[in-house]
Design a protein around this ligand. Sequence first.
Ligand code: FE
Ligand code: ZN
Ligand code: FE
Ligand code: FE
Length: 198
Amino acid sequence: MEKSTSRGASSAPAKKISKSSSVNGKSQMNNPGGESSLMEEFFLDALKDIYWAEKHLLKALPKLQKAATSTELKESFANHTEVTKNQVMRLEQVFEIMGKKPQAKKCDAMEGLTKEAEGIIEDTQQGSMTRDAALIMAAQKVEHYEIATYGGLKQLAKTLGKTDLSDIFDQTLTEEKEADELLTNIAETKINIEATQE
Ligand code: FE
Ligand code: ZN
Ligand code: FE
Ligand code: FE
C-alpha cells in the first residue's frame, strides 16, 4: 500500500518540479537536475507545520503545569516540556539533513488544541482534581495530534526512501505515545477517581 503511486494529484505524468525555474512551486516540467517532487514539497510543508506546533506547545506546557492541581500532573507537564525541547531539536536536525533552514509555518490544529487547553483552565476551579482530569483530556488531544503527525511523517519519509529521517520521526513518535500512556495512567489510577469525589 505504500508503493509510491503518485495517483490522485493530477493525470499529468510529469512530477518533477524544477526548484530554480518554478516561481511558486506550481510549474511542472521535466528537469533531470531537479530534486523536489510535489510529494517532497508537501513533506517539507508538513515538517514546517509540526515545527511550529512543537514550538507553540513549548510555550503552552508551562502554563498547563502551573494550572495543574496534582504533583503528578505538574511533573508530567514539566517532563514533557523537556522532551518537547528535544523534539524541536530533532526537527531542526531533519531540516539540516534536508539542506533546509528550519522554518515554522502556523499549525491551525495546534493553535486550536492549546486554546482549548487554556480555555479549560478558565472554566475549571483552581485546586480541583476535576481541572486535572480535564487538563489530561486536553493534553491527550495534543498527544494524539502529534502521534498522527509523526506517524504520517515517518511513513512518508520511508516511502520517499529517507530512512534516516523516518528513524528520527520514529523516536519522537515513541515519546509521544509514552506521554499519552503516562497521562492515561495517572488519570486511571488517581486523578479521575479523586475528581469524581468532588
Ligand atoms: Fe511533541
Ligand atoms: Zn500541525
Ligand atoms: Fe497542522
Ligand atoms: Fe507531545
